[in-house]
Write a protein that binds this ligand. Structure first.
Ligand code: UD1
Length: 417
């Protein structure tokens, strides 16, 4: 199994190009199932989760062509199979996002239940509730969600809690439903806005994406289209935290600063100087960061996907940071590993109290989930000596070429077998 070895102590300097967002590209690729003609998706990041999604779409019968390394064409015209098997769904929860498109376009979908994952139980009840509201018959049996409908009917769907995936799934389904659908208590993430823009390019009629009330006027059919994926705000945030922790000066290019204000504000609170100019974000940090408190919340609140990285920053900051995780019940798995590097963290329920220490010391650690892995890389960048991170397949699910990008900024980092 591959590992990453990070040597600490080098301030990062230079420019890093931000890739397309993992959390935007996955639903957009699934949206390719909705049309009657090919969808061309640009700015696609080279990630393991993208490959898993393409395998799933191919399994359903879609034609997949790679125009170049960043551009994928999905041809849905030969989709005949409506089953998303356990083998694929268990490795990537986002596979559940084929439910809405298959149901809306083909009248039937069987999607394996995703099951638990490292960061919590993560049910899909809101996805199911949404499909039922649109008139689908849904049964959960033999580990599968089995949904059926002759044609979905527009309806008012009020989500019990804010869910990114459920909002995306029901939004996609509603584009082909008969009549008007109103999604209330919808998630407001930039990735939802990006999905809606792609759907509109395919001929969908959607208003209000980015607010908590999305209105969809169903259409008879959708076309193909072309769409470039929005920049990854989590990848950008991760590199900026790395720059701040190492006392460096880094410019993130091809970024979307307008989608990550709360993260940029926290970096300023930590003492970083930040300048945004179009799609460029420049960060400079002198000296040790100040500890920051944070509470995760749905967008526009602080993203849970940046919690672990900011906790790594708090580990070496001046002062004490208090971190509340409100989205997932088990998202502190990185704490045990950060402790192995010499951090001072106490966990009480969903709160972590992080007392900054002057330095961490390198050690072997284990990646437990995607963003937890990123926090270990960040900690390794400032720890004395070498930090060896095991199980880095988690990192490859969501970061494109992280070691190449960090090396280009001067980090001592390499992958070993
Ligand atoms: C997406 C992101 C993930 C991010 C998360 C929260 C993708 C591919 N993944 O995941 O990186 O961490 O948003 O910003 O975009 N819930 C239910 N019932 C449901 C659905 C969700 O109880 O039917 C709960 C979940 O267990 C969780 C909370 O709602 O506690 C938020 O989950 P959700 O927004 O759905 O996350 P994902 O879409 O899975």
């Amino acid at each position: 199994m591959q590992k990453i070895v990070v040597g600490g102590g080098v301030p990062l300097r230079g420019e890093v190009r931000i890739s397309g967002a993992k959390n935007a590209v996955l639903p957009i690729l699934c949206a390719g199932l909705l049309g009657d003609a090919p969808l061309v998706v640009r700015n696609v990041p080279n990630l393991h989760d993208v490959k898993t999604t393409l395998r799933l779409l191919a399994e359903l019968g879609a034609g997949i062509t790679l125009d170049d390394s960043f551009t994928i064409r999905i041809d849905p015209t030969r989709v005949r199979n409506h089953v998303a098997p356990y083998e694929l769904v268990k490795t990537m929860r986002a596979s559940v996002l084929v439910l809405g498109p298959l149901l809306a376009r083909h009248g039937a979908a069987e999607v394996s239940l995703p099951g638990g994952c490292a960061i919590g139980s993560r049910p899909v009840d809101q996805h199911i509730k949404g499909m039922q509201a649109l008139g689908a018959e849904v049964a959960v049996e033999h580990g599968f969600i089995k949904a059926r409908a002759r044609r979905l009917r527009g309806a008012r769907v009020v989500f019990d809690m804010v869910s990114v995936g459920a909002t995306e799934n029901v939004l996609m389904a509603a584009t082909l439903a008969e009549g008007r659908t109103v999604l209330e208590n919808a998630a407001r993430e930039p990735e939802i806005v990006d999905l809606a823009e792609c759907l509109v390019a395919m001929g969908a009629r959607i208003e209000g994406a980015g607010s908590d009330r999305i209105v969809v006027e169903g259409v008879e059919r959708l076309d193909g289209g072309e769409h470039a994926v929005v920049a990854d705000r989590i990848e950008a945030g991760t590199f900026l935290v790395a720059a701040a922790m190492t006392g460096g000066a880094v410019t993130a290019t091809h970024a979307r600063p307008d989608t990550m204000s709360v993260v940029l504000d926290k970096l300023r609170d930590a003492g970083a100087a930040l300048e945004c100019d179009g799609d460029r974000i420049h960060l400079e940090m002198r000296g040790r960061p100040r500890a920051v408190d944070l509470t995760t919340a749905p967008h526009p609140g602080f993203p849970t996907d940046m919690q672990a990285q900011f906790m790594a920053l708090d580990c070496i900051a001046e002062g004490t940071g208090v971190v509340h995780e409100n989205i997932f019940e088990n998202r502190f798995m990185h704490v045990q590993e950060l402790l192995r590097l010499g951090a001072d963290i106490r966990v009480e329920g969903n709160t972590a109290i992080v007392r900054g220490v002057p330095r961490l010391s390198g050690a072997p650690v284990m990646a437990t989930d995607l963003r937890a892995s990123a926090s270990l890389v960040l900690a390794g960048l400032v720890a004395e000596g070498d930090t060896t991170i095991d199980r880095i397949y988690h990192l490859d699910r969501g970061y494109e070429n992280i070691e190449a990008k960090l090396s280009a900024l001067g980090a001592r980092i390499r992958r070993i077998d």
